[in-house]
Design a binder for this molecule. Structure first.
Ligand code: SF4
Ligand code: SF4
Ligand code: SF4
Ligand code: FES
Length: 558
């Protein structure tokens, strides 16, 4: 479509036909306040805070939904517009309880910011608002209906982007309320705790338990980094105050569209395990605190004595740089947690698919942000989902058909009629998925089992490990649960050194524990399932040795 000419507050710009006045204002560098609009979702024109004067229009128009036309002239700061904005704010502040000084989100609230901007220092109308419930049934965040302005951002993001459609409305007019499913407590609903609604809520209605009261917007800094908890490698932003991460937000600019799953958003701040801060060496009374020099000297002497009987096991939490250093240790190196995947996943292609075939993998539990592409494809675009084999339960509510592995040929036959098919799997389904994709003649989206499994493979660490060697050096990072058989084998090794961020579960089997930074505390790169090398950036300075430095100091002693 050809561009059209629009003038906003005397600034002339050319924008594509079909743009809204708000889009054009952005191009012109003119700021129009918004509340219900959000760049990640479709506008609905619900709150009316963005009203502007459009020449030749009888009444003010909402900038977020009003389409531009050639020659249009718009004014965003006339008296009429400013009065209307103040009127809308007066209504919003009067409708429910917005006593900011008692609100956990005071200082980080878009409604409050707009009130300050508009010079609103009191409300014009009686505050006859009722006392509304607070729903604290979800583990990580709370819904306070008293602060809700019914902008519906939460409903739309959950439906449009997460594809989960948990949220909706009940009642009409002043009695309208946000509900989960058919009005059940949020904690009992179909919510998957991704927290995307929390991130877009403009007020204190959705409130993060961990960061409430810990920092106003002006006191925090944001550090962009990458989640390493699974191979999807979602872009994230650490929200930091006083050298402490208080919250994790999704990065809207990343290829993962600002989405995170429960593990990536809430896992790091709610991990109940004991952090490993000090090196520990096993003595007569069990693990005891030791100096870095003593702990590293102990590990080095065991490695030297073992000759080629050394095995290094590396988890997907290792950065590319750490993987390289670990691979250079004596003996052989293998994966601590599973297997790498062949080839790169095209996440953008998932949004084009009209048929997903998922093999032996639960995209409702693993690779959840990739699973959200399936959810929104099926529920918003009429795509179909076939589940093949075992362990695909998390998305069964979205599936058109389910096949056992020995009936995979029937799924292939079904898929032949579709236009754009993607066969998706983790390591357990990879072989069958490749065969099926060949039969269908379509692309695969194969995921490794651990965060940086692509980067580990590039460093030459590809195979799963049998920990049968006498001496094992384990790079665990933040890894919690590991395969039972492997853990047992490790417990039978002569000597085990573990480079870990947490004491558990390693204290039972480790002879030496070397504390390593978490993902939020280290810098380096990771290679995501898309095959992209992404930056991992330290959000805080711990003054403790970095993961590569630990391995290099050890290597220097060998
Ligand atoms: S946490 Fe995620 S799934 Fe749950 S209601 Fe919010 S957006 Fe929807
Ligand atoms: S909970 Fe927040 S995002 Fe949802 S409608 Fe209320 S104010 Fe808007
Ligand atoms: S899908 Fe994977 S990479 Fe993304 S937030 Fe969740 S755990 Fe992290
Ligand atoms: S932002 Fe335009 S109507 Fe709400």
């Amino acid at each position: 479509m050809p561009d059209v000419r629009v003038t906003i507050d005397d600034r002339e710009v050319m924008v594509p036909a079909g743009s809204t006045v708000l889009d054009a204002a952005k191009v012109a560098g003119v700021d129009i306040p918004t509340l219900c609009a959000h760049p990640a979702i479709e506008p609905i024109g619900a709150c009316r805070i963005c009203l502007v004067e459009v020449e030749k229009q009888r009444v003010l128009q909402p900038a977020c939904t009003f389409p531009v036309s050639d020659g249009m002239v718009v004014h965003t700061d006339t008296e009429k517009v400013l009065d209307a904005r103040k009127f809308v704010l007066n209504l919003l502040f009067s409708e429910r309880n917005h006593f900011c000084m008692f609100c956990q989100m005071s200082g980080s609230c878009e409604l409050q910011d707009l009130a300050y901007e508009a010079g609103l220092d009191h409300w014009r109308y009686d505050r006859a608002f009722p006392k509304l419930p607070v729903d604290a049934s979800r583990e990580f965040f709370v819904m306070d209906h008293n602060r809700c302005i019914l902008c519906r951002r939460c409903i739309r993001i959950c439906g449009e982007l997460v594809g989960n459609h948990t949220l909706g409305l009940k009642n009409r007019g002043a009695n309208t309320m946000i509900v989960a499913d058919l009005d059940v407590p949020f904690g009992d609903s179909s919510c998957i705790s991704c927290g995307t609604c929390l991130q877009v809520c403009p007020t204190g209605a959705l409130m993060d338990r961990a960061s409430a009261f810990l920092g106003e917007e002006k006191e925090i800094t944001r550090v962009k980094s990458t989640c390493m908890a699974c191979p999807v490698g979602c872009g994230l932003e650490y929200v930091v105050r006083d050298n402490r991460v208080i919250r994790i937000d999704g990065d809207w600019d990343a290829s993962t569209k600002g989405l995170l799953c429960e593990t990536g958003r809430f896992g790091p701040l709610h991990d109940q395990r004991t952090r490993a801060y000090q090196p520990m060496v096993k003595g007569a009374a069990g693990l005891e605190a030791a100096s870095w020099d003593d702990a590293l000297a102990k590990v080095a002497s065991e490695i030297k004595a073992a000759g080629d009987g050394v095995h290094t096991l590396v988890s997907g939490f290792a950065t590319n740089e750490a993987a390289k250093a670990l691979k250079a240790l004596p003996g052989c190196a293998g994966l601590l947690d599973g297997a790498a995947a062949d080839g790169a996943v095209d996440l953008a292609a998932l949004d084009e698919a009209d048929l997903f075939v998922v093999v032996n993998t639960d995209f409702g539990a693993d690779y959840q942000v990739a699973g959200m592409a399936i959810r929104r494809g099926v529920s918003n675009k009429g795509a179909k989902l076939l589940l093949v084999g075992e362990g695909c339960d998390g998305l069964s509510a979205y599936a058109l058909k389910t096949y056992s592995a020995d009936k995979a040929a029937d799924a292939v036959a079904f898929a032949k009629d579709a236009q754009s098919v993607v066969v998706m799997a983790g390591p357990k389904g990879a072989c069958l998925a490749k065969e099926m994709a060949e039969g269908i003649g379509c692309n695969t989206a194969l995921f490794g089992s651990a965060g940086n499994s692509q980067g580990l493979a590039a460093a030459g660490i590809t195979c799963a490990c049998e920990a049968t060697k006498k001496v094992c050096y384990v790079y665990a990072g933040e890894t919690g649960a590991i395969d039972e058989g492997l853990f047992k084998a490790l417990s039978e090794a002569d000597f085990v050194a573990v480079q870990t961020s947490y004491v558990e579960p390693w204290a039972e089997i480790a002879d030496v524990i070397l504390p390593t930074p978490t993902t939020a505390e280290k810098s380096g790169t990771t290679t995501t399932a898309e095959g992209k090398v992404k930056q991992v950036v330290a959000a805080v300075d711990t003054k403790r040795p970095g993961e590569v430095e630990i391995v290099e100091r050890l290597s220097a002693l060998l």
